[in-house]
Design a protein around this ligand. Structure first.
Ligand code: T1G
Length: 699
């Protein structure tokens, strides 16, 4: 039953019960209307309380229903809300834990609201590229005041109930309960106390004005417009709230409705809703049951106190998990600790971290020069030099000292995790945890599943990833896992584009206009061109017939490794990150092109973007075929969280779906005609060709 009904004396109690967050899906909406009708028909009932079972009052409309007719099936949320407002008996919302989106809109339609302290109250629709579509933009300003309401609607951020109850003149909460535990009984008592009060108060009848209306909303538009480039919803939120101050309630609701419906069909909203579901889907591994018992992780060991080791350690310290860092030499340990301190002190200086929190985190960090000190750790992560011989030595030692059941993880970004596991007697305990640099900042974590990695190890690291605020995506074992395997093709296209007539600036600008944080050449300069150089040397020894541009090698032969050498594809001034185009590099590209007998041609930004992005899509389709990734949305999460793909486009696979796979395949056929490109690569992956032919999508 998704809306339980029980009468306590003369008060009817309706309890929403649609786990996990009492989403207001169709069945729940029907349940509410039936319960309301029953309460209104029962003469012994004097008032009605609505509350939520479990860990939410309500998380809002059921996002899983969006885009399908069920979301609009009567009774839709608007009808439920009207039924509450038209009830002949007072309806009291007893809110707790989570009261968001449509859940808050439902509460706002009630005649009274009582809240438990600690309840997260929000209208987060803007984070889905929407705006509150069931009266929230019209009622919240009336209940809370225009400015606090607009701030909540434009940010989508939750505010604690007790904070809102303190706002002067607020009429959102008529009463604060003493506690979560006493909320229900207090709500029943409060209902009795207002049962005979007439007229029934309605939020819609409250005034909604702002003393400096036009000036305030102009200011709001300038602020919001500046922060929401590429996202249409925030400015529409301003329009909707402004309409509440300028129109009667009924007219304002119509404005809200039309804005909401229009936003629902924007590609940006589809992308954000896709990301919301993709983020949660990533933690589900098809063949690992959700109730798999987890291994306890109370202490972590990190091998290597370099940039990666230090960054990785910080993630666990931030989550309150003790870390023991091991190095070969004391000065390496000292350097590592100093770097961690510097990072935290910078956060304290910016006011992002309290001094006592910083000290508490540092108290969880210890160091050692001896493997024997690690044996008690529940998880050990090696972040040593990216060379298989070094990994072998480390894992042989770990196999010797670590207690049975400890998880042995490698932070390798390109080496074979099965090979690494074979250095131990316990391959079932070995897994790849590929953090992205800077490891304490980047949200993405590729969890590399070895052939023998145990299911409880996977389940454990997926839950741990959430605890250290990472978005974890499971990858199978292949060269480059998911992200780096795709970026190889992206980088190859970048090289071909230079050989065919582009400059680094033109390629970077085109893809940055598309929305990438950085184009391939600025990114190479940031990461270090020598890293790609070393990978190309190894990789193209293994695949001698793989076609690729030698331009990047020529650049590295000049020692132009990027920001770390003050010069790469661009020049850099010490202490600044501005990428300054360099005429010699352009000349080097032109000379190389001439040496190949290539006549440069003008290449459009559209072709640049399509070749860069569709190379990701085609390689991703192969990754899906090879079972390296289990779902297309996982690949989107990798590229959104780890490679700067524009959020408002939802990831490469979502973007390809938006363009239409038929059109992607057509473009690939064109690229395959280009003799300077790699025609073999541009053969659409069979999965992509099949989906395109069937008019289907990846997601
Ligand atoms: N609809 C459907 N499923 C939802 C959901 C929702 N609104 N919110 C959460 N879930 C699922 C989620 O997919 C996951 O499922 C599980 O609940 C736990 O979520 C007209 C149109 C509520 C703060 O945007 O912010 O109302 O993975 O892992 O960390 O104006 O979920 O277990 O299968 O995030 O404790 C507006 C979105 C909707 C709220 C809980 N509401 N949700 O966080 O758990 S639009 C939102 C959240 C709307 C009206 C409009 C969070 C949470 P699974 P979780 P959590």
């Amino acid at each position: 039953m998704t809306a339980e009904y029980k009468v306590h004396g003369d008060i009817a109690l309706i309890t929403l019960n649609n786990p996990p967050v009492n989403g207001l899906g169709y069945a729940t909406r029907v349940g509410i209307t039936e319960a309301l009708a029953r309460a209104n028909a029962d003469a012994t009932v004097k008032a009605i309380v609505i509350t939520g079972a479990g860990k939410a009052f309500s998380g809002g409309a059921d996002i899983k229903e969006f885009g399908n007719p069920k979301a609009l099936q009567q009774p839709n949320l608007l009808s439920v809300i009207l039924m509450i407002e038209n009830s002949t008996k007072p309806v009291i919302a007893a809110v707790h834990t989570v009261c968001m989106g449509g859940g808050l809109e439902l509460a706002l339609a009630c005649h009274y609201r009582i809240a438990a302290p600690g309840c997260s109250v929000a209208l987060p629709e803007v984070k889905l590229g929407l705006l509150p579509g069931a009266g929230g933009t019209q009622r919240l300003p009336r209940a809370l005041g225009v400015e606090p309401a607009l701030n909540m609607i434009v940010s989508g951020e939750p505010v604690k109930s007790e904070m809102l109850a303190m706002l002067p003149g607020q009429q959102l909460f008529n009463k604060m309960a003493v506690s979560l535990e006493s909320l229900r009984d207090e709500a029943l008592a409060y209902a009795r106390s207002v049962a005979d009060v007439r007229p029934l108060p309605l939020v819609r009848n409250l005034p909604c004005k702002h003393p400096q209306g036009d000036a305030y909303f102009e200011f709001a538009r300038n602020m919001v417009g500046g922060m929401s480039k590429n996202f249409p919803a925030p400015l529409k939120c301003v329009d909707a709230v402004e309409s509440a101050t300028k129109n009667k309630f009924e007219a304002g609701v119509l404005v809200e409705r039309s804005l909401f419906i229009n936003l629902m069909w924007t590609p940006e909203s589809r992308a954000l809703r896709h990301i919301f579901m993709a983020q949660r889907a990533a933690s589900k591994i098809p063949d690992v049951p959700s109730d798999t018992p987890l291994r306890a992780i109370n202490s972590v060991a990190v091998i290597g106190a370099g940039t990666m080791g230090g960054g990785i350690s910080m993630n666990f310290l931030n989550a309150g998990i003790a870390v023991k860092m091991l190095e070969m030499k004391q000065e390496a340990l000292d350097r590592g600790i100093a770097t961690i301190r510097k990072n935290y002190e910078a956060q304290v200086k910016k006011g992002k971290l309290k001094q006592d929190k910083y000290e508490q985190r540092m108290s969880l960090l210890s160091t050692t020069l001896s493997y024997d000190d690690l044996k008690g750790a529940d998880l050990v992560i090696e972040a040593v030099f990216e060379e298989i011989g070094v990994k072998e030595a480390v894992f042989k030692e770990l196999d010797r000292v670590m207690k049975p059941g400890a998880i042995l993880a490698s932070n390798t970004s390109t080496l074979n995790v099965d090979k690494i596991a074979s250095f131990t007697q316990r391959p079932q305990d070995v897994v790849g945890l590929h953090f992205f640099s800077p490891a304490n900042v980047m949200k993405l974590l590729e969890v590399v599943r070895g052939a023998k990695t145990a299911k409880d190890v996977l389940a454990t690291v997926m839950v741990l990833a959430k605890k250290i605020k990472k978005t974890a995506v499971v990858s199978g074992v292949c060269d480059g896992f998911i992200g780096n395997r795709m970026i190889e093709q992206y980088g190859r296209q970048g090289g071909f584009l230079l050989d065919e007539g582009c400059t680094p600036v033109q390629v970077d600008k085109a893809i940055e206009k598309f929305g990438f944080a950085m184009g391939p050449f600025r990114m190479g300069d940031l990461a270090g061109n020598d890293i790609g150089w070393a990978i190309r040397k190894r990789r193209y020894l293994e695949k001698p017939d793989m076609k690729y541009s030698k331009t990047a090698d020529l650049l590295c032969e000049k020692g132009r490794f990027g920001q770390k050498t003050g010069a790469g594809w661009y020049d850099y001034v010490a202490g600044k990150r501005d990428a300054i185009p360099n005429a010699e590099v352009v000349k080097m590209i032109e000379d190389h092109r001439a040496s190949l007998g290539i006549k440069p041609r003008k290449i459009s930004d559209e072709e640049i973007v399509q070749r860069l992005v569709y190379s990701l899509v085609n390689e991703a389709a192969h990754i899906l075929e090879d079972g390296i990734a289990s779902k297309a949305s996982d690949i989107d999460m990798v590229y959104l969280m780890g490679y700067g793909f524009p959020i408002w486009r939802g990831g490469p696979m979502n973007y390809a779906d938006e363009v239409g796979l038929f059109n992607v395949v057509q473009a690939m056929h064109r690229f395959a005609q280009n003799p300077l490109d790699d025609a073999r690569f541009w053969q659409p992956a069979p999965l992509l060709a099949k989906l395109a032919e069937q008019g289907k999508t990846f997601n």
